[in-house]
Ligand binder design. Structure first.
Ligand SMILES: *[C@@H]1O[C@H](CO)[C@@H](O)[C@H](O)[C@H]1NC(C)=O
Ligand SMILES: *[C@@H]1O[C@H](CO)[C@@H](O)[C@H](O)[C@H]1NC(C)=O
Ligand SMILES: *[C@@H]1O[C@H](CO)[C@@H](O)[C@H](O)[C@H]1NC(C)=O
Ligand SMILES: *[C@@H]1O[C@H](CO)[C@@H](O)[C@H](O)[C@H]1NC(C)=O
Ligand SMILES: *[C@@H]1O[C@H](CO)[C@@H](O)[C@H](O)[C@H]1NC(C)=O
Length: 252
């Protein structure tokens, strides 16, 4: 009986130890203030930010009751924080993780695949910023101008999309495209890419001319073959109709 209970006891102890060493996580939106309570319940505490040269966040203050106050957080405040009693190094370290939620990071691998009058914009995401992406937005305009940006429909591209078609472009023209992601905190930074559409009289157009000529030649060849074949058939039929008579004549 004891032997059976022991493993369960160990498991419970193990779970409790995991629970105790669990890192408490603080999620906070960029631009908000954050107060982190020191679990030691002491007012004489020292806060340390791990992996920082000065071990202190820039806009942080230790409050009278020992809590740490982070003002107007940004990505820089992401990280592990610990508090301990002042001048006591024997305490177990308790870690608190601060995770700052932001607008989506810029899209990566944004590429344009242009044709003569249309183009395909393709992108990849590099994280959501902490909140799911609500939609993507893409726009374009003539390159090297201050023209108004032209929206690419639909205005709000579904969050599972990774590409969009752009229609009504002019051939042999350089355009500037930009695309970005939006989550509930707002718009991510825009990624701009230049791309030139193909000219009408490029090799492709030449290939089309060639295709037409090749087609005409092929049709001609087929028609000629058919005519020759039917002529041959007629000749053979004519021969077949005549041969027996010839033979008959010869054998008789
Ligand atoms: C953050 O704290 C500062 C100083 O206490 C205050 O002026 C500001 O209004 C606070 N911001 C928010 C978003 O609560
Ligand atoms: C510490 O004080 C701040 C205000 O000064 C308060 O917002 C916070 O709740 C306090 N924390 C504790 C653990 O009492
Ligand atoms: C993706 O985001 C990480 C930071 O979260 C950054 O270090 C990395 O450079 C980004 N990748 C690209 C391709 O920009
Ligand atoms: C797209 O995101 C914007 C946030 O800028 C939001 O207002 C809009 O409702 C979203 N559209 C769709 C279709 O989700
Ligand atoms: C594209 O336009 C440039 C001038 O902008 C011109 O020199 C070039 O010949 C054009 N190419 C084609 C294939 O139309």
């Amino acid at each position: 009986m004891y032997i059976e209970r022991e493993p369960i006891l160990y498991l419970l102890l193990f779970l409790i130890s995991i629970k105790c060493s669990e890192i408490k996580q603080y999620y906070v939106d960029r631009g908000k203030n954050l107060t982190i309570k020191c679990p030691l319940d002491h007012s004489d505490v020292m806060w340390v930010r791990e992996g920082r040269e000065n071990h202190q966040a820039s806009r942080s203050t230790v409050l009278k009751n020992g809590s740490l106050f982070l003002e107007t957080v940004d990505e820089e405040d992401n990280g592990l924080y610990t508090c301990s009693r002042e001048n006591v190094v024997t305490d177990d370290k308790v870690y608190m993780k601060v995770i700052v939620r932001t607008v989506p990071p810029p899209l990566v691998n944004v590429r344009i695949f242009p044709s003569t009058i249309l183009a395909v914009i393709v992108w990849e995401v590099n994280g959501t910023g902490g909140y799911p992406i609500m939609n993507f937005t893409a726009q374009y305009r003539l390159a090297y101008t201050d023209n108004k940006w032209i929206p690419i429909l639909p205005n709000h591209i579904m969050p599972n999309s990774r590409q969009i078609d752009v229609y009504g472009l002019h051939p042999n023209t350089t355009y500037e495209f930009r695309v970005w992601a939006t989550n509930q905190l707002g718009r991510g930074r825009k990624t701009n890419v230049l791309s030139t559409t193909k000219g009408v009289f490029t090799e492709e157009a030449g290939a089309e001319d060639f295709d037409t000529r090749a087609w005409a030649v092929a049709v001609g060849v087929v028609m000629g073959t058919l005519i020759l074949l039917s002529m041959g058939m007629c000749f053979l039929l004519y021969q077949e109709c005549r041969l027996p008579t010839d033979f008959q004549i010869r054998f008789q």
